[in-house]
Design a protein around this ligand. Structure first.
Ligand code: LLP
Length: 431
């Protein structure tokens, strides 16, 4: 199995976090998002322990909450004393109303409006990850009006291409995010920031991309960032206290993908950082990273009920399910790979190759192509594994399909973290 929270019981039913998935489908209905709370906590603790062990005191991972955002996840993050990254007022509102201590939040985004900045300051966001000089001027003005000094990190682009999917690669010079180091604009920006009132520059941020399995791109990025930190120290006599390397460690969606140890990767990055800092003669900054996917992806699973099974003689087979691009747009957007299993008969021989299609009126509404399964019967339960990241958070109401509920599983029981959307919910804003 691709993750140790997945198994098959004596009835031949797929289990997740120790629960029979067909029982959960019966209890809550489908489509259904499941989240393994203990797995989420296990990942957070692994990151935190590795950070404590390998990086200087005060280093901390942050959960990139765009990967999965709802009140309960922020409560879990608060309990685990994890920092978070937020990218919109919607995420800030959700975290703040869940009681998350907002001084531990980092506010990202390439285009924060004045309204966003005010909202974040009113909600006592700890740090802004500032993306442009325009934004810094706006933060300065609004911070002044509020009589505060706002802590910021400056987001810069190290200029590296991580060879992940183009839509999720962000560290290149021509990215819409950050200020480029190689053009000289980043150092100019630092010069300006240091003169700007009501702003306290705490360090630098970069993010190179997502679904990265190697430590190499992170080492390259940190090397460029440390050179920059050294340059800023030499030219402007400014010492960066914090270096945030962004998110992006990869997750195993298929058996063929590697199983990586985040502790080991963090150790490798830390070794490279320590060596380079001593070579450059600079103090090792506090390190931050913002994992999203690698905290929640394999803590998730989606259950569907099989509808029509269509065999187009001489062409292909389709298994249609009661969800699709509305609850998981990732194949439609990125041709993202997923492992699919027949939860009702997980041990039966897989000898039926089919495309898993969603229920939307759109040919592109596909969950996965060329999946090999036991041929399902109508009303059997199908499971798509590793859906904890960027599924619920990217879900939509296309075709006015209600979004599925999120059910959390832990050692003590199962509970609803997000309710199933109703037709009334969908119409609630219509006038
Ligand atoms: N930090 C920043 C600044 C980011 O932009 C991202 C992801 C992360 C952290 C978290 O990266 P992760 O650890 O989750 O790889 N919707 C796409 C992913 C977009 C990622 C955007 N930024 C997908 O479904 O694959």
């Amino acid at each position: 199995m691709i993750c140790d929270n997945i198994s098959v019981n004596a009835k031949g039913h797929l289990t997740f976090a120790g629960y029979d998935t067909t029982d959960l489908a019966q209890k809550y209905g489908t489509p259904l998002y499941l989240m393994d709370e203990d797995k989420i906590r296990e990942h957070i603790r692994e990151y935190k322990t590795a950070f404590e062990k390998f990086f200087p005191q005060g280093s901390m991972p942050e959960f990139a909450s765009k990967s999965f955002s709802c009140k309960q996840i922020y409560r879990i993050m608060a309990e685990e004393q994890m920092n978070i990254d937020v990218v919109s007022c919607g995420e800030i509102y959700t975290a703040a109303t869940a009681g998350f201590p907002m001084e531990r939040s980092f506010f990202h985004g390439n285009n924060k409006s004045d309204g966003d900045i005010r909202f974040a300051i009113n909600n006592k966001v700890g740090f802004f990850v500032a993306d442009s000089m325009d934004e810094i001027c706006a933060i300065s003005q609004i911070a002044k009006q509020n009589g505060i000094t706002q802590k910021i990190l400056l987001r810069v682009t190290p200029g590296i291409d991580t060879h992940t999917h183009q839509k999720i690669s962000t560290g290149n010079v021509d990215s819409k995010f950050g200020i480029a180091i190689s053009t000289g604009q980043a150092i100019e920006a630092v010069k300006e920031v240091l003169k700007t009132e009501n702003i306290s520059l705490c360090g630098f941020h970069c993010h190179i991309g997502s679904q990265i399995f190697e430590s190499e791109p992170f080492k390259t990025a940190s090397s460029i960032m440390l050179e920059f930190i050294k340059q800023v120290k030499t030219e402007l006599n400014y010492t960066a206290e914090m270096l945030n390397l962004g998110g992006g460690f990869g997750v195993r969606y298929l058996e063929s993908q590697p199983e990586i140890s985040y502790t080991e990767k963090i150790r490798e990055v830390a070794t490279a950082i320590n060596e380079q800092c001593s070579a450059l003669g600079i103090k090792v900054p506090k390190i931050a990273m913002e994992p999203g996917r690698s905290i929640v992806a394999d803590a998730g699973m989606t259950l569907y009920t099989v509808g029509s099974v269509k065999e187009i003689t001489g062409y292909k087979n389709y298994i249609s399910v009661d969800g699709g691009m509305t609850d998981n747009p990732r194949y439609t957007l990125y041709e993202a790979p997923y492992t699919v299993m027949l939860a009702s008969r997980a041990n039966d021989k897989a000898d039926f190759v089919a495309t898993i299609a969603g229920r939307c009126c759109e040919s592109g509404d596909i969950i996965q192509e060329n999946v090999n399964l036991p041929k399902p019967k109508r009303n059997e339960i199908l499971a798509v594994l590793t859906t904890g990241a960027y599924n619920y958070s990217m879900a939509s109401n296309y075709n006015r399909v209600p979004r599925p509920p999120v059910v959390m599983l832990n050692k003590n029981g199962d509970y609803v973290a997000v309710k199933r959307e109703t037709f009334e919910d969908i119409c609630s804003l219509d006038v």
